[in-house]
Design a binder for this molecule. Structure first.
Ligand SMILES: *Cc1c(COP(=O)(O)O)cnc(C)c1O
Length: 225
């Protein structure tokens, strides 16, 4: 596993796609998802120049945080988050990608000692198995968040359905972008909503074509064991 080579190949893809769809490649942030791998492997990622790391479980996050936080790292929590665990990580993370209910917002707001940048997670495809708000609920939910002054809605996040059909994947990314545009258009102070967290190892090219600003890459970058 050559993390450096994997990173270069992904960066090359970002350049190629951005050129093709006329986007600035600097808008696309790579979040290195380290949930499958060891601290050593995660360290290789930092050495290769990836300074935004993502974890989806509290235990894995704490392990990586304790070992690696002396490095310059921005920490993204990308998994579903139980309210009772918020207090353990809230002062350590920089971004939460999975804000999807009011009770969680309330807990974040109560525990945070600084403003937390949040992505609201949307279940665009409507699959039962997925976390996230229904698209129809997003406007009202984000409006309600203005009462929580420690929460800043920086963007929307989704996971595409696990299907072969590229059109279905593309459609879910596009739907998220249009929703983001609507929210952004409202110019709410607590919800600038500039960002789109979408795209993983198998679908990041499509996500970038559709406007992703934060791609969350695990296996293609660091492997999966
Ligand atoms: C694991 C995970 C990823 C990365 O998955 P890969 O397919 O390995 O790139 C991205 N986003 C979330 C929410 C994840 O849980």
């Amino acid at each position: 596993m050559d993390v450096q080579a994997n990173l270069q190949s992904i960066q090359q893809d970002i350049l190629e796609v951005c050129q093709r769809v006329n986007r600035n490649p600097k808008e696309v942030n790579i979040i290195g998802v380290t949930k499958y791998v060891t601290i050593e492997r995660a360290m290789q990622l930092i050495d290769a120049g990836v300074h935004q790391l993502g974890e989806n479980r509290l235990e894995g996050f704490m392990e990586k945080y304790n070992a690696l936080s002396s490095n310059e790292v921005k920490w993204h929590f990308i998994g579903s988050l139980q309210s009772r665990k918020v207090k353990d990580l809230i002062d350590k993370i920089d971004y939460i990608h999975s804000l999807d209910r009011k009770s969680l917002a309330k807990e974040i707001n109560k525990r945070a000692t600084k403003t937390i940048s949040c992505f609201v997670q949307v279940n665009v495809s409507g699959e039962d198995s997925k976390h996230g708000l229904d698209s129809k609920e997003v406007h009202t939910f984000i409006e309600q968040l203005q009462d929580f002054n420690q929460i800043r809605v920086v963007g929307l996040m989704t996971m595409a359905p696990f299907v072969e059909d590229e059109n279905i994947i593309r459609n879910s990314f596009r739907t998220l972008r249009l929703l983001r545009d609507e929210i952004k258009e409202k110019k709410m102070e607590h919800a600038p909503c500039n960002y789109l967290s979408m795209g993983m190892s198998n679908d990041y090219r499509i996500a970038i074509e559709e406007g992703a600003t934060h791609i969350r890459i695990g296996s293609k970058l660091v492997g999966s064991m």
